[in-house]
Design a protein around this ligand. Structure first.
Ligand code: FAD
Ligand code: NAP
Length: 253
């Protein structure tokens, strides 16, 4: 049975390359014509599986205007789309939604001297897109990128992070968390606990306060929820269009 795909909504792209970071983490580079998007937004990737077009949201890792397009994903056990995505090879077709969506973007974030970008797992992707833009560095004096993973090899994109650090050595900090093994470089445990007991501020050498700090938080919904609770106890508020605050969030599931 053939699948009817709306070519106005979906762009037929080609796989440029697939980079495998660990046994379950991949980034896929794609050549496709898409509408302009903002750093931090997501689109959808889709593949015909059986007689259905299976589509899921993925954040852009590339900056607006940068090619090829790049998406970072984890192979979810039993997940219908990720198993198929990870088996793609250069030249294979896949569908990309032309129009991006999402509000994890800098134009939603009020002014402040310090921007904290907190992520778990694959949710570091949208923050890399943001960090590659000039706007991030025009608007904030200091930017702290935090990435929480289970095991150290899951700290992907070291090359991208090194290149940001070498461009902004005094203004950029990268703070890794590794929760399920001991390392001599990462903070142990989880992000909300280290916010609560002050370890994250001590590592960054920066104090968190409503007057100084803006937070963007993305990834595991339990991490997002626990982080918001800890930050609210410190006097920070969720950022809403009608009531600007300090915390802008996106859940991945
Ligand atoms: C706004 C938005 C942006 C997203 N961006 C990305 C992205 O850039 N990269 C990415 O890998 N995923 C991203 N996701 C999740 C993605 O859309 C899929 O759910 C995921 O790739 C699994 O697809 P699946 O069909 O294999 O399994 P699904 O049936 O969609 O997922 C099954 C289960 O896997 C778990 N899961 C899903 N995604 C993740 C994840 N990223 N990390 C850990 N556990 C997960 C959840 O428990 C989920 O219920 C995003 C989701 C949303 C809502
Ligand atoms: N087999 C299972 O039981 C099981 C369970 C969950 C997910 N998975 C699958 O395993 C794959 C890998 O997922 P992943 O490791 O990339 O993502 P993840 O499960 O979201 O873990 C990433 C990081 O987020 C942390 N985290 C989880 N809950 C948190 C919370 N409430 N507050 C703060 N931090 C929190 C984890 O810490 P911790 O190590 O302390 O959890 C880990 O450091 C996915 O495909 C997922 O579906 C499997």
């Amino acid at each position: 049975m053939s699948i009817d795909i709306d070519a106005g909504r979906w762009s037929e792209g080609r796989v440029h390359a697939l980079r495998q970071w660990t046994d379950k983490l991949y980034s896929i580079q794609v050549e496709a014509e898409v509408d302009p998007f903002k750093a931090g937004q997501f689109t959808k990737l889709a593949l015909p599986i059986g007689d259905e077009l299976v589509a899921r949201p993925y954040s852009y890792v590339n900056a607006p205007g940068e090619t090829p397009l790049e998406f970072y994903f984890v192979l979810v056990p039993g997940g219908p789309l990720t198993a198929t995505l990870s088996a793609l090879r250069p030249g294979d077709p896949l569908w990309v939604m032309r129009r991006a969506a999402g509000f994890l973007t800098l134009d939603e974030v009020p002014e402040a001297p310090h921007l904290w970008l907190l992520s778990t797992g694959t949710a570091i992707g949208p923050f890399l897109s943001i960090l590659k833009t000039a706007t991030a560095w025009e608007r904030f004096q200091r930017i702290i990128l935090v990435h929480g993973v289970r095991q150290a090899p899951e700290l992907s994109f070291g090359d991208t992070i090194d290149s940001i650090r070498s461009r902004y050595p005094q203004r950029f900090d990268f703070i890794p968390f590794v929760s399920r093994e001991d390392t001599d470089f990462a903070l142990p445990g989880r992000i909300p606990a280290a916010l609560e007991d002050g370890r994250l501020e001590r590592r960054a050498g920066l104090e968190i306060s409503p007057g100084q700090s803006q937070f963007m938080v993305c990834g595991n919904p339990a991490m997002v929820k626990d982080t918001v609770t800890v930050l609210q106890a410190r006097g920070l508020q969720k950022n809403r269009r009608r009531a600007p605050g300090h915390i802008t969030v996106e859940n991945y599931w």
